[in-house]
Design a protein around this ligand. Structure first.
Ligand SMILES: Cc1cc2nc3c(=O)[nH]c(=O)nc-3n(C[C@H](O)[C@H](O)[C@H](O)COP(=O)(O)OP(=O)(O)OC[C@H]3O[C@@H](n4cnc5c(N)ncnc54)[C@H](O)[C@@H]3O)c2cc1C
Length: 425
């Protein structure tokens, strides 16, 4: 594997060997897509004794689940009051509460199934990139405290001590949260589901879905999986499947750059508590450390598209400004992924036929939503209780101006990353 590749593939500790679909199957639940959503659904179904097949077009965690930063955050990217403003008091509060328990759900699964995914529950830091960013954190802090979240607002000095950088104006610490090696977490979910009887097939792209005699017939590799319940969990990596509802979202690219492992002395100063971090900037960036001490810098933009050089130079500049003492250490890994963003930044669950859901649009927050909503979807489908889903099940969802918004996000990221550095580069 080339070194300038996805770090998470390089350090994956949960490699599950599964074959392609090569025979017809009849089961209770068929799931399309083996990311956090699909694997969590399969695990929940298998736990309750339901027979389940997962069909994956590529390999397990090929999509966002194998490419993300690994921040196991409570809640959505939107602050709780905004979620309530968009969804209404009852539904917004229900979703915020369900996702507030997300980190605990994720870390419990990691413990219960012994998932080897570098899990660290030391909290995450939302870092203020400017004085205005700190004011935003103050609002988030007040809203979170009102909902009983154990948040702590940290001043500039404490943010500097925890990050090892003088560049931040303060931080919001969420001690419920933490980090995982996301590829391994997803592989561990898959391995656990298979251990309980689920079947997962890789290299089995679903090409067609049809209804026949009250069943769903799902076609892949010339074979058919028949089931009464169907979950489409393809999110931002959806490949065309005739007859299925296509998830509707705007693609936002996010790229990451990982250094060689830092020395012990450097690790003692930089993120000594191993919190995962992201910042308050509109064109957001992230920093975190992996288990072997690699520092990982992330930012919006496509590191393999037209702006590749711009984003690469930005990452180098960012590292130098945050940590001048290690600024010239080489990057050994670089990769990118697609985020499925919705207009209101709220995930969607669409019932596109009897007993068939499509779940998508996590808008950059997928480890907890994928786990929580995937689990809930399996339960709601198998027990026929849509009211147990933590968000409303709708019949249709359409996203407008997708191409234009995608270009806008990419252009905005390139422009910001190309600009001469402001206070944070
Ligand atoms: C770079 C990046 C950074 C992120 N950082 C974070 C973070 O720090 N914290 C966080 O909580 N979230 C983060 N996210 C979001 C999170 O990764 C996603 O929301 C999450 O992975 C979505 O999981 P999923 O299972 O729904 O979809 P995916 O993981 O994308 O899985 C979908 C799967 O469906 C398969 N598929 C598609 N079409 C078909 C077909 N026709 N037949 C069969 N299979 C098919 C794909 O191959 C893919 O494997 C990030 C995302 C990206 C891209």
């Amino acid at each position: 594997m080339s070194k300038m590749s996805n770090l998470w593939e390089h350090t994956n500790a949960e490699d599950l060997s599964v074959t392609r679909l090569s025979a017809d199957r009849t089961v209770d639940l068929v799931v399309i897509g083996a990311g956090f959503t699909g694997c969590s659904a399969a695990l929940e179904a298998a736990r309750t004794g339901a027979s389940t097949v997962v069909l994956e077009a590529e390999t397990i965690a090929h999509g966002g689940s194998g490419r993300n930063v690994g921040l196991v955050n409570a809640g959505l990217w939107l602050p709780p009051d905004d979620v309530v403003a968009v969804m209404g008091e009852a539904e917004g509060t229900r979703l915020v509460e369900a996702l507030g328990k997300g980190p605990s759900a994720v870390f419990s699964l990691v413990r219960d199934f012994g998932i080897a995914c570098e899990a660290v529950q030391n909290g995450t830091l939302h870092l203020a990139h400017s004085p205005a960013g700190f004011r935003d954190l103050e609002k988030r802090f007040t809203q979170g405290i009102q909902l009983g979240a154990p948040l702590q607002l940290l001043d500039r000095e404490e943010a500097s001590r925890r990050t090892g950088s003088t560049q931040f104006h303060g931080a919001l610490l969420d001690p419920r949260a933490g980090t995982v090696q996301p590829r391994s977490y997803c592989g561990g979910l898959a391995r656990s589901a298979v251990g309980l009887g689920a079947e997962i097939y890789q290299n089995s792209p679903v090409t067609r879905i049809e209804r026949e005699g009250g069943d769903w017939r799902v076609h892949a590799n010339g074979q058919v999986v028949t089931a009464q319940r169907l979950l489409l969990a393809t999110n931002a990596y959806h490949q065309l499947a005739e007859g299925a509802c296509a998830p509707e979202y705007v693609v936002v690219n996010f790229c990451q750059f990982a250094t060689a492992p830092l020395t012990e002395a450097q690790r003692a100063k930089i993120l000594p508590g191993r919190e995962g971090c992201w910042d308050t900037a509109l064109v957001m960036s992230s920093i975190r450390m992996d288990e072997s001490g690699r520092l990982i810098v992330g930012g919006m933009g496509d590191s393999e598209g037209l702006g590749a050089r711009i984003h690469g130079r930005w990452a180098r500049r960012k590292l130098r400004r945050l940590y001048p003492e290690i600024g010239d250490i080489p990057f050994e890994h670089r990769w990118r992924g697609r985020i499925a963003m919705t207009q209101d930044h709220i995930p969607k669950v669409v019932e596109f036929g009897p007993g068939a859901y499509a779940l998508f649009g996590y808008s950059g927050r997928g480890i907890c939503p994928g786990t929580v909503l995937g689990t809930a979807a399996a339960k709601a489908l198998l027990e026929e209780c849509p009211e147990t889903m933590p968000l409303p099940v709708v019949r249709k969802y359409a996203e407008r101006f997708k191409r234009m918004k995608r270009a806008y996000y990419e252009f905005g990221a390139s422009l910001t990353h190309a600009a001469r550095p402001g206070p944070l580069g």
